[in-house]
Design a protein around this ligand. Structure first.
Ligand code: ZN
Length: 341
């Protein structure tokens, strides 16, 4: 798998830098032409050295563009659940047209995290966690989450993460195989029951609403990819479709989506009627539009009783924008022709 590795001992810097470079070309960046790749070393409970890689995925609604760091968080929470922790991070960014050894000054840029990502990281990384910026040409600068974002505002400040919303006891980390199966499945057609069991096994970071959103998408290459909603203390959330498309784009590069299964449920039994169907959020629809094979693809809504209702993307999406409508690609190519070698 390209976006996940489990190791007995930590990976060295050279291996991580090579991994960051190998992920280049996967980001979906029609607007910026700028590839961001990141790798996080994560853990859950006593288990260490679970590594996730992520890439940036742009959307004409910039608020649902997914940053490389967010893609790592998406893969981590989708596969490990909302008690997972970031223990170390590495980030690389440069125009796609450049490669290692370039004399272009952009090859020496040591990319930092944007403010939104710092805020999101803080929910899963304490102030001592090191974050490394690695240039395309290999120079490294290290800082910490505490230096990035002192006095972190997280769910713990309003006592949500610790106040009973999370599981009572730390769980055992899943095996590497189980982690991979939570993220991507391929090689055969899945039955509805299999997709539903998969969706029900996923856990959102839903400390604010106690309402989870999970999706499974089917890609043009036949693979299935899952993603969950990740709520954030300052409400700069990652929607479930952002998670799934970021995981898919990291693993395979840009792919079309041909079918979607969506499952929303509440942790509190009284909060949700078991027979209610909940359509994906508008931000999820906006994310999906960019990757949907066409606007008639089916979205299967599943409810807590395992029943299904089918809608079409077009029902929600007739007039929403995509890059094709905005003709953004031409402009980014113009901008970055100059950065080429
Ligand atoms: Zn960012």
């Amino acid at each position: 798998m390209k976006i996940f590795r489990a190791t007995d001992t930590p990976l060295d810097d050279q291996t991580i830098a090579d991994w960051l470079r190998a992920m280049r070309g996967h980001p979906f960046v029609p607007e910026s032409g700028f590839d961001v790749t990141s790798v996080f070393r994560t853990g859950v409970g006593e288990t260490e050295n679970l590594y996730f890689a992520g890439v940036n995925v742009e959307n004409p609604d910039h608020r649902v563009s997914t940053h490389g760091e967010e893609a790592c968080i998406a893969a981590m929470v989708t596969s490990l659940g909302n008690q997972a922790e970031i223990r170390e991070g590495w980030i690389m960014g440069a125009p796609r047209s450049l490669s290692e050894g370039t004399e272009n000054e952009m090859g020496d840029v040591q990319l930092t995290c944007c403010g939104k990502c710092r805020q999101q990281l803080a929910n899963f990384a304490n102030e001592s966690v090191p974050i490394h910026s690695i240039s395309l040409n290999g120079a490294k600068t290290t800082t910490t989450m505490g230096a990035f974002l002192p006095d972190q505002f997280t769910f713990q400040q309003f006592n949500m993460k610790l106040g009973g919303a999370g599981p009572a006891t730390p769980r055992k980390a899943p095996t590497a195989r189980q982690i991979e199966e939570k993220l991507v499945r391929s090689g055969r057609t899945l039955s509805q029951d299999e997709v539903f069991d998969w969706l029900r096994s996923l856990e959102s970071a839903d400390f604010a609403t106690w309402t989870s959103d999970a999706v499974v998408i089917r890609l043009g290459n036949g693979a299935y990819v899952a993603g969950v909603k990740i709520e954030e203390a300052a409400f700069v959330d990652i929607n479930a479709m952002q998670s799934a498309t970021a995981i898919a784009t990291g693993e395979f590069g840009k792919q079309e989506i041909s079918e979607v299964w969506s499952f929303t449920t509440g942790r509190d039994k009284q909060q949700f009627d078991g027979d209610a169907f909940h359509p994906p959020s508008l931000s999820s629809v906006q994310t999906l539009l960019q990757f949907a094979a066409h606007r008639e693809i089916p979205i299967h809504l599943l409810n807590a009783e395992g029943k299904r209702r089918d809608i079409k993307l077009a029902d929600a999406a007739t007039y929403a924008p995509t890059f094709a409508q905005l003709n953004a690609t031409a402009r980014s190519q113009e901008l970055f022709t100059a950065a080429g070698e």
